[in-house]
Design a protein around this ligand. Structure first.
Ligand SMILES: [Zn+2]
Ligand SMILES: [Zn+2]
Length: 249
C-alpha cells in the first residue's frame, strides 16, 4: 500500500467512526447539533436537490410535467418502479463522487434518504411482504481498482437501517462494460446487454427485489438487471437509486 492509499484509508476510518458518534456534518464537517437525526448541515442541505416534486410514475425521475417521462413513454423499463430520494444535480453529484472516491461514510446519509423514500412508497407492505436488497454489481476487476462497490455500500447501510435482507452477490457482472456517460440511449442498452447474470436462481424465485445503485441516468443498467432478475423468477423489481437525472427536454 502506498502512502496516499494509507492516508486515505486512515482518514476514512476516522470519518466513518465520527459518522456514528460525532456532531459534525457528514459532507463538510461543520457542527450539526441535531446529529445523527440530521447528518448534514443546513448549508450543505441547501445545495442538495430532493426529488419531492413531480415525478415519473414509472422510473421515478423528476419530470417537467405530470405523467410518464419521455424515456418511459418511448421504451418502458423492465423494473416495476423506480425510486430515488435525490435529483442528480450539482450538490448531489459532488456527494456521490466523494463516496466513489473513498468517503464511504456518505452511504449513511444516502441510506437515510433511501429508507425514507422506501417507507413512503411501500408503507406497511415493507413488513407484511418484505423485499430483499440486491446491489447492482461491478466486475471483480473494477472492485479491485476502486477498493469497494459504492452500490454495495449503500445496500449494506439500507439493510442496517431497515432490517431487510441483503442478498447482494446473487447478481454478478460477468464482463466489463464501457463507461455509459458518452453513449446514446440505444448504445447504453447494447453496452449492458448480457453483462449481468444471476448466480443463484433459487434465491430470486418469487422474491420482491429492491435493486440498489448510486445513480440512475437513462435507466439502462436498472433495466438490464431487472430483466435478468425477472428471468430468474423475481416477482417484482423496484429500482432504488440515491439519485436520478431529471427528465431532459
Ligand atoms: Zn455541511
Ligand atoms: Zn420515467
Amino acid at each position: 500500500m502506498n502512502i496516499k492509499d494509507w492516508f486515505l484509508k486512515k482518514t476514512e476510518a476516522f470519518r466513518a467512526a465520527r459518522a456514528n458518534v460525532g456532531y459534525s456534518c457528514d459532507v463538510c464537517g461543520r457542527e450539526v447539533f441535531a446529529y445523527p437525526k440530521t447528518r448534514v448541515c443546513e448549508k450543505c442541505l441547501s445545495r442538495i436537490s430532493f426529488n419531492d416534486g413531480l415525478t415519473c410514475p414509472l422510473c421515478g425521475r423528476k419530470t417537467l410535467a405530470a405523467g410518464l417521462c419521455l424515456a418511459c413513454k418511448s421504451s418502458p423499463p423492465a423494473f416495476d418502479k423506480g425510486l430515488s430520494p435525490l435529483v442528480y444535480a450539482r450538490g448531489v453529484s459532488s456527494i456521490i463522487n466523494r463516496l466513489k472516491n473513498g468517503q464511504r461514510h456518505l452511504c449513511y446519509f444516502i441510506a437515510d434518504e433511501c429508507v425514507r423514500t422506501l417507507n413512503a412508497y411501500m408503507g406497511t407492505s415493507l413488513e407484511e411482504d418484505p423485499p430483499v436488497l440486491i446491489a447492482v454489481p461491478m466486475t471483480k476487476q473494477k472492485i479491485e481498482e476502486r477498493g469497494f462497490n459504492q452500490a454495495e455500500e449503500i445496500a449494506k447501510a439500507v439493510a442496517q437501517k431497515s432490517g431487510l435482507s441483503d442478498l447482494t452477490g446473487v447478481l454478478f457482472k460477468a464482463r466489463e462494460t464501457s463507461p455509459q456517460k458518452d453513449l446514446s440511449a440505444k448504445e447504453r442498452r447494447e453496452n449492458v446487454s448480457g453483462a449481468y447474470r444471476v448466480k443463484n436462481r433459487e434465491a430470486c424465485k418469487g422474491k420482491r427485489v429492491i435493486l440498489i445503485d448510486d445513480v440512475m441516468t437513462t435507466s439502462a443498467t436498472g433495466n438490464e438487471c431487472a430483466k435478468v432478475l425477472k428471468r430468474a423468477g423475481a416477482r417484482e423489481v423496484i429500482f432504488l437509486t440515491a439519485a436520478s437525472l431529471k427528465e431532459q427536454k
